[in-house]
Design a protein around this ligand. Structure first.
Ligand code: HXC
Ligand code: NAP
Length: 289
């Protein structure tokens, strides 16, 4: 458990950060750390009561200022409203964290087209809506901007049972890389973080329900044999939105304890072979000269 932040005090002073989905889970944890580092914070999601509670809690904890704005990222006009509310309150908005998401496990053939729509609309459309609204504004007013997209490790490999999420996050990676090239001339950087499993109520209830706990143990797939700590993700995110990472643009940074490369290595499951079996295995294999 890391209880001290990585960056120096006031590393984010002068920045106003908008986090979509900032009322809960990883968005809330990132927001807390950004406030500790001196940023102003806008949190935006659908549930106003949760946003208000989080804003109050974070302000009490950190002494920073948080503006909660109800917003459905699927609606462009509501995103524009978040931007104007943030500018009105703080004078300027210069960082966007696309963190809002929807997801659940299901065999793909069980999904209705509306189930596909709901996930792709939140994740892909929500991310490009916010990116477009903020980007247009920054370009028009010649403001240096930073975009950080929260994706997933399976966006690059694909994954069964979360197909709408996988395809949407893959689109967000393409968005990140494309704009890192196109908008660099406007001093707008785009990067993404691909987290492995970090316990949150939102993810755990929809992806690892108790009823299948004996069938899927995500810990078994992680070489470091533990889940991520929210502070670890918050440290990486703070670095990527800070000026210390000014030359990082278009990168997708994985933070997963080695989970994704473990899954890719064909023989990594030999971890399950007990050490005492290796002399016997070696003997058998050596015989086959
Ligand atoms: C099949 C489902 C379903 C399920 C909903 N649907 N849940 N289909 N299995 N479990 C279908 C519905 O029947 C409906 O289609 C359509 O999807 C829309 O459902 P609604 O309930 O009307 O949608 P809504 O109320 O907008 O809720 C959106 C939601 C919900 C995505 C379904 O879960 C949500 O609000 N999620 C937000 C938070 C979240 O998901 N957090 C987890 C992020 S974790 P029909 O045809 O019936 O009308 C993450 C990390 C991954 O992304 C990596 C971890 C390691
Ligand atoms: P979470 O707490 O459920 O966060 C998702 C947030 O998105 C919620 O605050 C939700 O708030 C908001 N949201 C959903 N639909 C929205 C909409 N239409 N408009 C605006 N906001 C909306 O889950 P989390 O685990 O912290 O996930 C945060 C991010 O990390 C997501 O991008 C997720 O894909 C990513 N991630 C998480 C993990 C993990 O292990 N936890 C791993 C990889 C990637 P409302 O319901 O109020 O709208």
């Amino acid at each position: 458990m890391i209880d001290k932040g990585m960056l120096k005090q006031n590393s984010l002073t002068g920045k106003t950060v908008v986090i979509t989905g900032g009322g809960t889970g990883l968005g809330k944890s990132m927001g807390q750390y950004f406030l500790e580092l001196g940023a102003n914070l806008v949190i935006a999601s659908r549930k106003e009561d949760i946003l208000n509670d989080t804003a109050k809690e974070l302000m009490e904890q950190t002494g920073g200022i948080v503006l909660p704005v109800a917003c459905d990222v699927r609606k462009y006009s509501e995103i524009e409203n978040v931007l104007s509310a943030g500018r009105e309150k703080f004078g300027e908005v210069n960082v966007l964290v696309n963190n809002a998401a929807g997801n659940f496990i299901s065999p793909t053939e069980r999904l209705s087209h509306k189930a596909f729509d709901v996930i792709t609309d939140i994740v892909l459309k929500g991310s490009y809506n916010a990116t477009l609204a903020f980007g247009k504004y920054w370009i028009k007013h010649q403001i240096k901007g930073t975009i950080l997209n929260i994706v997933t490790t399976y966006a690059e490999t694909g994954s069964g049972y979360v197909v709408p999420s996988a395809l949407s996050k893959a689109g967000v990676i393409a968005l990140t890389k494309s704009l890192a090239s196109e908008w660099a001339k406007y001093d707008i950087r785009s990067n993404a973080i691909a987290p492995g499993p970090f316990p949150t109520e939102g993810a755990w209830t929809r992806l690892f329900p108790d009823i299948i706990a004996d069938k899927i143990d995500p810990l078994k797939r992680i070489p470091l044999k533990r889940f991520g700590e929210h502070e670890e993700l918050a440290n990486l995110a703070a670095y990527l939105i800070s000026d210390f990472s000014s030359f990082i643009n278009g990168d997708i940074i994985t933070i997963d304890g080695g989970e994704s490369i473990y899954g890719a290595g064909e023989f990594n499951s030999l971890d399950n072979v007990p050490a005492e079996m290796w002399p016997q295995i070696e003997k058998m294999v050596r015989k086959k000269k």
